[in-house]
Ligand binder design. Sequence first.
Ligand code: SF4
Length: 64
Amino acid sequence: MRVIVDEDLCLGCGVCEELAPEVFSMANEPFAEVLVDPVPEEYEDDVRQSVEECPEEAIIITEE
Ligand code: SF4
């Protein structure tokens, strides 16, 4: 799986970091940053949940 965060849409709410801290980081505020791409298999479900919970639909899976 490959994933990106659209910085034009991201609000910096931190939900993705809470759900998948191994993959998303707010260290680079105000936007979420992708830490590992491709995403290791064990974190894929957390990423899918982040996609669902992101209020701005800013997380985009570019490759399953
Ligand atoms: S959940 Fe979405 S809007 Fe919130 S920080 Fe993550 S990518 Fe940005």
